[in-house]
Design a protein around this ligand. Structure first.
Ligand SMILES: NC(=O)c1ccc[n+]([C@@H]2O[C@H](COP(=O)([O-])OP(=O)(O)OC[C@H]3O[C@@H](n4cnc5c(N)ncnc54)[C@H](O)[C@@H]3O)[C@@H](O)[C@H]2O)c1
Ligand SMILES: [Zn+2]
Ligand SMILES: [Zn+2]
Length: 389
């Protein structure tokens, strides 16, 4: 079959690889009909999250069930499904506590209670390095889905692939950022990062009744897309972020936003001085955006960290965290927890997800697709790939 294979930083190609097979009773094989590239894939592509051997990437995919193992009773060949991105067993302590990203069974080689530092991880993700379980991903014609009786959800035939594809990751992820802030209606939400995750957080803030939604980015066309797709106010990050904090405070009677969502991660656009600091402190990338979120939130407010941070970071503002009484939440989003509610919103027409798609390409164009998404060429916001074109 054809699949997108990473061969070290900056090199991803469409290769011919072996078709996946059923290995465990609870597996299913899915014929992928649509798949997308996530900002998280860019961390592997940049080398920031390393993968040494070649691997099929992709954790946002959907398709038709081709075959199921003996243990899968709720799905059959021909069912059309979306698959949440964490690989989770459904039965361990964390799965039972709606924390599928921390599943104790799906990533036995690298699982550990310590976490962080690119060594001890939580549960596995599809196509997301050996550290995260070593499973092949869904930027391919076929994919093996473990614990298929727990993750995949059947979707109605009345909806197109593009209408439901983002239920796999970015919509539940954006929604999680808002849910962590316990939004009840009437709040001001500030979102850093106007990429696919940030825009889904903005849509979710609207769904949950936030009164003002302000989105921040360094790239004007990304802000324009957020304004169009989620009807939010925009702020262009131009200098060191202090100017952004001032504008958010000015919009909130000097207090700061009730909820701030970090949807950028450890590889923001950062300047030379930030890069030197990272080398001196042996840090990966920069925690600059997260630090700015801590300033932009009001006292007693929440900062939801959706962007990925892999290492320790010196000078993290613990004093500010304590003095302001900030609630800090983060991690891989529990996609399984929200996917049914969110599918209902899509079916009812309460939210539209496919309006962020800017590029529809063939899987054979994968190198180009990663390049334009990473470098923000051709006003790229979200790429959807057809594995069969
Ligand atoms: N927690 C989860 O479960 C989860 C799920 C999906 C993605 N993610 C992570 O979320 C982050 C965003 O993903 P995405 O798909 O939207 O990717 P993306 O890279 O397209 O979006 C990031 C956006 O941040 C902007 N940006 C860069 N520097 C900035 C700055 N200083 N201030 C404001 N904005 C800045 C970029 O211009 C870009 O628009 C990534 O770190 C990704 O790994 C996490
Ligand atoms: Zn993702
Ligand atoms: Zn589990």
């Amino acid at each position: 079959m054809k699949a997108a294979v990473i061969h070290g930083a900056g090199k991803i190609t469409c290769d011919t690889v072996d078709d996946p097979i059923i290995k465990e009773e609870r597996d299913a094989i899915i014929k992928v009909t649509a798949t997308a590239i996530c900002g998280s894939d860019l961390h592997i592509y940049s080398g920031g999250i390393p993968q040494l051997r070649p691997m099929v990437l992709g954790h946002e995919f959907m398709g038709i069930i081709e075959e199921v193992g003996k243990g899968v009773k709720n799905l059959k060949r021909g069912d059309r499904v979306v698959v949440p991105f964490p690989i989770a067993c459904g039965h361990c302590f964390f799965c039972e506590h709606s924390l599928p990203g921390h599943c104790e069974n799906s990533n036995p080689e690298h699982y550990g209670p310590e976490g962080g530092l690119l060594t001890e991880k939580g549960g596995a993700l599809f196509g997301y390095t050996d550290l995260y379980g070593g499973y092949d991903g869904g930027q391919a014609q076929y994919v093996r889905v473990p614990y298929a009786d727990y993750g995949p959800r059947i979707v109605p035939d009345t909806l197109t692939d593009e209408q439901v594809l983002f239920l796999t990751d970015i919509f539940p992820t954006g929604y999680t950022g808002i849910d962590w802030g316990n939004i009840q209606g009437g709040e001001t939400v500030a979102i850093f990062g106007s990429g696919p995750v940030g825009i889904m957080a903005a849509k979710s803030a609207r769904l949950r009744g936030a009164e003002r939604v302000i989105i921040v980015d360094t790239v004007p066309y990304r802000l324009a897309k957020a304004q169009e797709a989620a009807d939010c106010e925009t702020i262009l990050w131009q200098k060191d972020g202090k100017e952004v904090v001032e504008q958010i405070r000015a919009a909130t009677q000097g207090r700061g936003a009730d909820l701030v969502v970090e949807a950028v991660g450890f590889e923001p656009d950062h300047n030379f001085l930030d890069k030197v600091k990272a080398v001196v402190n042996i840090e990966k990338g920069s925690p600059k955006v997260l630090e700015t979120c801590m300033s932009a939130v009001r006292r007693g407010g929440t900062v939801s960290v959706l962007g990925v941070y892999p290492t320790t970071y010196d000078n993290f503002p613990v004093g500010q965290f304590f003095d302001k009484g900030i609630i800090l939440k983060g991690g891989q989003a529990p996609a399984h927890k929200h996917i049914d509610t969110l599918l209902k919103y899509v079916v009812e027409g309460k939210v539209k997800l496919n309006d962020i798609i800017t590029h529809r390409l063939s899987l054979t164009e994968i190198s180009h697709a990663y390049k334009i998404f990473k470098n923000k060429e051709e006003n790229c916001v979200k790429v959807v790939l057809n594995p069969w074109a």
